[in-house]
Write a protein that binds this ligand. Sequence first.
Ligand code: BG6
Length: 478
Amino acid sequence: FEKVNGFPSNFLWGGATAANQIEGAYLSNGKGLTTIDLLPTGPKRSHFSKGNLSSFNPEANQFYPSHGAIDFYHRYKEDITLFAEMGFKSFRMSISWARIFPNGDDAVPNEAGLQFYDNVFDELLKYDIEPIVTICHFDIPVNLAENYGGWKNRETICFYEKYAKTLFNRYKNKVKYWMTFNEINMLFHLPYIGAGIVFEEGENREQTLYQAAHHEMVASALAVKACHEIIPNSMIGCMLAAGNVYPYTANPKDYWEVMKMERDSYFLIDVQCKGEYPGYAKRFFNENDIHLNINSDDLVLLKNHTVDYVGFSYYSSRCTSADPDILNNLTDGNVFASVINPYLETSEWGWSIDPLGLRITCNQLHDRYNKPLFIVENGLGAQDTLLDNDIVKDDYRIDYLDRHIAEVAEAIKDGVEIIGYTSWGPIDLISNGTGEMKKRYGYIYVDRNNDGSGTLRRIRKDSFYWYKEIIAQNGAKY
Ligand code: BG6
């Protein structure tokens, strides 16, 4: 057999962002409010994200980080020049739904919003940087959330389909790679931000969430169908918040908990990749009195329009147990709490650091779906210190990325097809989970503080030069 030697020549190195975490200009040129624009920093952020908006009062002395973010809206040219200097082959970004359809149900799109993304794509293409576009990354127009119930409502499918078709028609000559929903499995953990869901008193939350998930599945299949029809040779994928799960011990009951936790994540991806609800999901619905309203055409759509690739984020692995005492000892990790794994160190925010887990995740996804993978998020959120002469010594970030990219190389040698690697937040941006600015992921430092103060100046960190070299050599050192 021929030996696989590291990264393919067309490997898409780059970085990944989301509109609400970088753009700012939250009401400029006709943009409407999105769910995430209503989320302040501080403890209320996570409470509201989970669909508990009863005490919500947007005027009450709060700081809303998405409103200004890092002002990419006005500074995209400068930022893209820096990405180009690093040698980026790709840049993952999302489109803000409410910049295109300010209320979600508008009859015609907002031309100023469409033009903004035209400008961004043109700037990227000028430097041969491939845009990778997420259609919906944790923000939906507030009008759809408040007046339709967000994804609880079947009507939202039509609004999303119209939005997606508008994007495909407009950008068909500029964008080849798309993703339908960011981290679709987060719907079960953060139902407000991505799905506009607010729970009512006494509502059967599971029933609501699985019905909303079904609507998103149908919408995703419709987007896949439209994308293939409108843009020949396009690649449209799903996007999973991934991270392999370890059993705390060799007890078979612990391993069964692992399977259950993995299936919670994989459930929607199974539908998007295989075109049907898996048997374990049907059993779960039956045994938990969950009744989905499914139109007769839905199942045909799901079957016929599966995704072309699996995009995923990987920050940490997880660990679980069947023992309730062990389950009391949890650590944080990208929304999913996990049993503390005694073999792993953690980040300042308590997320376990497990480079080998990335290789394991790549292999598991490859074995399960047999589709190309795209690692569209990975990185270390850490505090940085800006030293004199504009120096940021972020060797901890270099170490994290170096060890993870080394495992990507191993996965490729294992025979896993990987389209590219876009690390999260190549330029410092707003944290989704906490709304903080001090949780930084970037190669480029942005002079902005948690309270919104700062000059917004962009400064190259040590990791900037390191990643530039990795890309220049196409990862040859691994
Ligand atoms: C992913 C999201 O869940 O993790 C991003 O797709 C997010 O939007 C990233 O920013 C990192 O999480 P956090 O909470 O550190 O911003």
